[in-house]
Design a protein around this ligand. Structure first.
Ligand code: DGT
Ligand code: CA
Ligand code: CA
Ligand code: ZN
Length: 571
């Protein structure tokens, strides 16, 4: 999949051009980048099927950009980009990853202080040379220092939502080989952690050599880092590392258990084995020299006197204790979700219309969706006016008639003001079936202030769901300061659901916080926050987060039967 690679190149081109004060072009590249990022199919396939004309059919892609995409697909490189980078003395990619440092500021830092890379930047910030520049100040300098560590982390771990399609693609490629009996991504990806260090793929085969040759020839491989007789590591696009390990089919279960981890979970299992006079390794559960379990993971856990533990739970957060006492949750399944609570359309900042979203939801087999365009301060993402809302609701009613088996809730995502009021009048709120309250500005408040802001919003009788509760963005922005205990308690009292926002870079609430919310007795609502039909598939990431939070069906309102859901929403 070249989609991510091309997206990154275009964003970087936009940044460089902006630094060089070029007009218009940066916008064009960003627009194209965003369109390519949300494509659901590999752009190579688009090109293969329809050539340059098909590329030009992608929104925001004109003839010039289509030519560049073609060059990248054909040669793996873009001459224009290489030249552009050479013309720039600054490490645009690294500095661009620092939150709050846009292209303009980066250029200023270079011109005034000669800052070319992260090290220069850190030095200058520590020596307080940045705060004196016009437009920067003490606060910005502090933010930059914090941002540097985020940027360094960003270089290391990749979002689950980006790694998952890559892993699935490699898996299905491997499964096409006759030498491969089974192939499964293991490691943090199988546990569905929100970020992934590298992808570990386990293969069962009696012909490891054939598998090695086949794997290192995967089309998306950029560079082979190591290749042995049963192990190999490669880089695919985006500097994402994929490790592969080939084992014998009869060791599948114990090897899958071992390579899924987490390391901490496996260490605890080994302790249990020792207490039973057994030994656990990637090759099996041993009694003396005899293997007593190895074929399936179920066998391995059973040999240790435990029920099967789902991968998402294997973090040594109490799952082994729970397993021993038959107290494991009956995790919500990936098929248990009946709909999606948050999505945007062309009525605010989305790319698709109501009917297109409904069609996409129907294809997913959903029973309901909520259309939740922005309402509030007009500047935020083209928020809707009262007139627009009325027009949209009439359209939803009209479209609803065409979808007898899909309930389309009239919803809105209303901005929570700094004083805790919802930025919409009661007569507007009353007409909606689903009212989200979310914070979209003013992230810097202290813990008390932010917690009060949200608890105040909960007193509004129309709000039903708190959107992206902590406002963190993975690798980009820290969560706002919040007393989550207070917020969860208040949410429970007012019967307000907390969102698991399923956008790859949000996953907010995250796994740990969702688990705490469930333990408090709160309900959770999964919303993809889709801004196009393609984004609806991110629901998988929201469910993964719920599973990592030990959620059962009863904790997640997306799994309620429609009648019960309607009752919940009526309050
Ligand atoms: P990551 O890649 O940083 O997101 O995290 P993981 O969990 O995928 O870790 P990774 O890639 O270093 O190793 C893959 C799996 O292999 C890990 O989940 C458990 C297993 N593993 C690796 N090193 C050890 C070890 O020293 N002891 C044990 N018990 N298992 C290990
Ligand atoms: Ca890994
Ligand atoms: Ca690894
Ligand atoms: Zn929002």
């Amino acid at each position: 999949m070249k989609n991510q690679e091309i997206t990154a190149i275009f964003f970087e081109i936009a940044d460089i051009l902006e630094m060089q004060n070029v007009q218009w072009k940066p916008r064009a590249y960003r627009k194209a980048a965003m369109a390519i990022e949300s494509l659901s199919e590999p752009i190579e396939d688009v090109y293969k099927k329809g050539g340059k004309k098909a590329l030009e059919a992608i929104p925001g892609v004109g003839e010039n950009i289509a030519k560049k995409i073609e060059e990248i697909i054909k040669t793996g490189k873009l001459h224009y980009f290489e030249k552009l980078k050479k013309s720039m003395p600054i490490d645009v990619e690294a500095l661009g990853a620092v939150p709050g440092l846009g292209p303009k500021k980066t250029v200023q830092l270079y011109k005034k202080l000669g800052i070319k890379n992260l090290d220069d930047l850190k030095k200058a910030a520590l020596q307080h040379r940045i705060r004196h520049l016009p437009g920067f100040g003490e606060k910005t300098e502090e933010e930059i220092l914090k941002g540097i560590s985020l940027a360094k982390r960003a270089g290391e771990r990749m979002l689950l939502g980006l790694a998952l399609p890559v892993a699935k693609e490699v898996k299905s490629y491997l499964e096409k080989s006759k030498a491969v009996k089974a192939a499964e991504p293991a490691g943090s990806l199988r546990r569905r952690m929100e970020t992934i260090g590298d992808i570990d793929i386990l293969v069962a085969s009696n012909k490891p050599k054939t598998v090695m040759d086949y794997f290192t020839a995967v089309p998306s491989v950029r560079k082979v880092l190591a290749k042995g007789s049963t192990k190999a590591s490669v880089w695919v696009e985006n500097n994402l590392q994929v490790d592969i390990r080939v084992i014998k089919p009869k060791q599948w279960g114990s090897a899958l258990q071992y390579f899924t981890g987490s390391k901490q979970h496996s260490i605890e299992l080994r302790k249990i084995a020792l207490k039973k006079g057994l030994k656990l390794s990637e090759y099996g559960v041993f009694k003396g020299k005899r293997v007593i379990a190895s074929k399936s993971e179920e066998d391995v856990y059973r040999a240790l006197g435990l029920p099967y533990i789902e991968p998402e739970l294997r973090e040594n957060r109490g799952e082994i204790e729970a397993a021993r006492h038959s107290k494991l949750p009956r995790l919500i399944g990936y098929d248990d979700i009946k709909g999606d609570f948050q999505m945007h359309t062309t009525y605010s900042d989305g790319n698709n219309g109501v009917e297109e979203m409904a069609n996409a939801a129907k294809r997913l087999g959903y029973g309901f969706i909520a259309i939740t365009d922005h309402v509030g301060a007009l500047a935020i993402a083209h928020a809707m006016s009262k007139k627009t809302i009325e027009r949209q609701f009439r359209e939803i009613e009209r479209i609803q008639k065409k979808f007898p088996r899909l309930r389309i809730f009239k919803g809105m995502e209303v901005d929570i003001k700094k004083n805790g009021q919802l930025n919409a009048a009661s007569d507007v709120l009353r007409k909606a079936d689903v009212v989200y309250g979310s914070i979209h500005h003013g992230f810097k408040g202290a813990e008390r202030e932010n917690s009060n802001r949200i608890c105040k919003a909960f007193e509004n009788k129309y709000i039903q769901i708190l959107g992206h509760p902590t406002n963190r963005k993975i690798n980009e922005r820290n969560p706002i300061a919040l007393n989550l205990d207070t917020v969860f308690e208040k949410a429970k009292q007012n019967n307000i659901a907390l969102e698991i926002n399923a956008m790859p870079n949000r996953l907010d609430l995250n796994d740990v916080n969702s688990k705490a919310a469930i333990e408090t007795g709160c309900k959770l609502a999964i919303g993809t926050d889709a801004h196009s039909t393609e984004h609806l598939r991110y629901i998988e990431l929201g469910i993964a987060t719920a599973r990592r939070a030990w959620a059962e069906k009863k904790n997640i309102i997306n799994a309620l039967p429609l009648k019960k859901l309607e009752r919940f929403l009526q309050r």
